[in-house]
Design a protein around this ligand. Structure first.
Ligand SMILES: [Zn+2]
Length: 276
């Protein structure tokens, strides 16, 4: 057994009420337990056994059961044994790469997919089909450093910091351009690669902090949307009743409805803009 199986960096957490306070599982224990659960619950169906390969299983419409897998976070000398164990556990497919932007594009416009090709090949060789995720949920540090305007601003006016995932403004044009760029490169590189049976676009599309972004770019877009909705300022101020509390607006002074004791800007007005 490779030593790395017992490395604390390869653990999964599970809550066990009978033991205090948290039980730690290493990778092998986790996978073996998963396999035992699948077998005990009858999930290794005859249908799977008949499937000569996972790709054929997908084509036949057979019931699929997949698991997340992160070769980008796993030493490469473990990929082969991991693939064998995933297949042995009865899983037909994995979803990979959705947070691996930094490895796919180490610097702007410089792409490296060789490692991902090797990972896909190993999984395919072991009859594990691949769903490939585009990595836009986790922009790399070089992107955050060069384009700090991509950060989300929450309802309290705080700009989020990088260091995790989902810290970006989803309507920011730079973020969208670079997300499209890496996704396009992936599509061109892996579009015909054997073993890939599907794609995941982004991951859990939400905003990281407040559920809506209040950055200056969203504010400018919000004002444009209000112009198209109300046409003129008189109509807007009349509908919103801004004479009350002396909040009569001119276009450049209309803010997104961030945190305030009271605001005339209905949140109902903002939602269609942010999520259109
Ligand atoms: Zn924004």
């Amino acid at each position: 057994m490779p030593e790395s199986f017992d490395n604390p960096s390869f653990i999964a957490y599970t809550k066990d009420e009978s033991r205090s306070p948290m039980t730690l599982l290493n990778r092998r224990t986790f996978l073996n337990t998963s396999a035992a659960v699948c077998a005990a619950t009858g999930l290794r169906l005859q249908l799977w056994t008949r499937a000569a390969s996972s790709v054929e299983a997908v084509a036949s419409g057979a019931l699929l059961l997949g698991v997340d897998y992160y070769p980008d976070q796993t030493p490469e000398n473990l990929w082969e044994v991991d693939a064998r164990m995933i297949a042995a556990a009865g899983f037909t497919n994995v979803r990979i790469a959705e947070f691996a932007w930094a490895l796919m594009e180490p610097s702007e416009g410089q792409f490296d997919f060789a490692w991902l090709h090797r990972a896909v090949d190993i999984l395919h060789k072991n009859s594990v089909a691949v769903i490939l995720g585009t990595p836009s949920a986790a922009p790399p540090p070089w992107l955050s450093d060069r384009y700090p305007e991509i950060f989300e601003v929450n309802a309290q006016g705080q700009k989020l910091h990088p260091g995790g995932r989902r810290f970006t403004c989803p309507t920011n044009k730079t973020y969208r351009r670079l997300s499209l760029s890496v996704a396009t490169q992936m599509a061109q590189t892996f579009g015909q690669t054997p073993g890939i049976v599907g794609w995941q676009i982004d991951n859990e599309f939400t905003l990281g902090s407040s559920g809506r972004c209040y950055c200056e770019h969203c504010q400018a877009g919000f004002q444009d949307w209000l112009r198209s909705k109300y046409v003129n300022l008189e109509a807007l101020n009349r509908v919103w009743g801004t004479a009350f509390w002396s909040q009569i607006y001119t276009w450049p002074l209309i803010t997104t409805p961030a945190f305030s004791k009271c605001t005339f800007i209905s949140r109902r007005n903002q939602r269609p803009f942010l999520w259109r």
